[in-house]
Write a protein that binds this ligand. Structure first.
Ligand code: NAD
Length: 371
């Protein structure tokens, strides 16, 4: 299928930019899905895609996901994403990221980038040498640094929300939470849960991480197979995508699902299956928006306290999703989509008249309106 056909097939994107700079080996694609609510923000992923078509499909899909995530989070941001084609172990260089930064800069703030899979704050530093339209830069540069503690704090707020909704209980004290994956998000989440008095079970393919967490926090260590079927109040997936699929759903022995991983449902039908089992599911892109909230604060002039405070909104955002799901008798993942779509429609049309007042964001919106 040709590039234009693929773009048409994958939604109504506003702009797709192919970035090519032979001298540094840069091949990248920036997709701007929707800017109704504000500038399109989304990270830059570096991946050794087998084909250019794979890269294009990935960036189209991911940028659309960012539109929904920002909208459901209540942020004045649109959705975008970028992919750099190449092996991060071989092809990363200062020149590559600076060339990419020049492409980002040429969009005048319509697209704002950040780190993603296989890119880090040092790569963002190179991009920042060429453009102000980058977030997730190191704290020493006035940036917000690693988003994971904020993502994890948002997930904790999401766990509070599912517990309130399902059990009419406040907090996590004495509840059992099974955390799958002890990476950047999972490990911070375990710390918060233990502080809140939860009984925590953990698993990771990395045995060292499991051992370290068991020793540090006194949590129960399980194998990667056991964690899925262990009896618990809340199951918190913080590792892989597509974790809820035909094979896994029947094994679950939890009452609620609330975790940080992206794209948790293998297919939409699995959201319906969870509902039929009576398991309350916190839609992934609503509960894991804490990292996005954190970089949004960076656009206003960064403050860690303000970013932590903002992540508390995940609780209200999820409660709204649960309310709509009940009212319309639909699964929670569908309710989240409807809330996002509604906000894009109503606030998007208002934005013609109202503008935010934060510095970089304000400039962006003004520039966009003057185009
Ligand atoms: P990470 O790579 O630091 O951690 C993932 C962990 O999962 C690793 O420790 C890995 O060993 C473990 N893992 C992999 N396969 C596993 C399996 N089968 N069973 C158990 N553990 C397994 O990633 P992260 O930054 O902690 O992100 C975790 C998830 O949250 C990802 O899906 C990511 O896309 C999503 N997410 C992260 C952020 C963020 O701020 N980092 C924001 C939003 C969403």
């Amino acid at each position: 299928m040709g590039s234009f056909e693929l773009i048409e097939k994958h939604g109504e994107h506003e702009e797709v930019i192919f970035c090519y700079e032979k001298s540094v080996g840069l091949k990248a694609i920036i997709a701007i899905h929707n800017t109704s609510l504000g500038p399109a923000l989304g990270g830059t992923r570096m991946w050794n895609y087998k084909t250019e078509e794979d890269a294009l499909v990935d960036v189209l899909r991911l940028s659309k996901g960012m539109t929904y995530k920002a909208a459901a989070a209540g942020l004045n941001l649109g959705g975008g994403k970028a992919v750099i084609i190449g092996d991060p172990k071989v092809h990363k260089s200062e020149a590559l990221f600076r060339a990419f930064g020049q492409f980002v800069n040429s969009l005048n703030g319509k697209y704002i980038t950040a780190e993603d899979v296989n890119t880090n704050e040092h790569d963002m530093e190179y991009i920042f040498m060429e453009t102000p339209w980058v977030t997730g830069i190191p704290k020493s540069f006035g940036g917000s640094g690693d988003p994971s503690p904020y993502t994890a704090h948002g997930v904790l707020m999401g766990i509070h929300a599912v517990v309130k909704e399902k059990l009419n209980y406040d907090g996590v004290k004495d509840l059992t939470v099974a955390v799958q994956g002890l990476g950047n998000v999972g490990s911070n989440l375990v710390k918060y849960l233990v502080q809140g008095g939860a009984k925590v079970k953990v698993a990771d393919i990395d045995a060292q991480k499991v051992k370290a967490h068991a020793e540090k926090y006194g949590v129960e260590a399980l194998s990667t197979e056991e964690i899925l079927s262990t009896p618990c109040d809340v199951f918190a997936p913080c590792a892989l995508g597509a974790i809820f699929n035909d094979l896994t759903i029947g094994q679950l022995k939890c009452k609620m699902i609330a975790g940080g991983a992206n794209n948790q449902l293998a297919e939409p039908k699995h959201g319906e299956a969870l509902r039929e089992l009576g398991i309350l599911y916190a839609p992934d892109y609503v509960i894991n928006a804490g990292g996005l909230m954190n970089v949004f604060v960076e656009l206003e002039g960064y403050s860690s306290d303000r970013a932590f405070d903002k992540t508390k909104k995940v609780y209200d955002n999820l409660m709204r999703v649960f309310r709509l799901a009940k009212e319309q008798n639909i699964p929670t993942h569908l309710a989240a989509d409807r809330i996002a779509e509604q906000r894009i429609k109503t606030i998007g049309s208002l934005r013609q008249r109202h503008q935010g007042k934060s510095s970089r964001l304000f400039t962006t919106l003004k520039e966009m309106d003057n185009r």
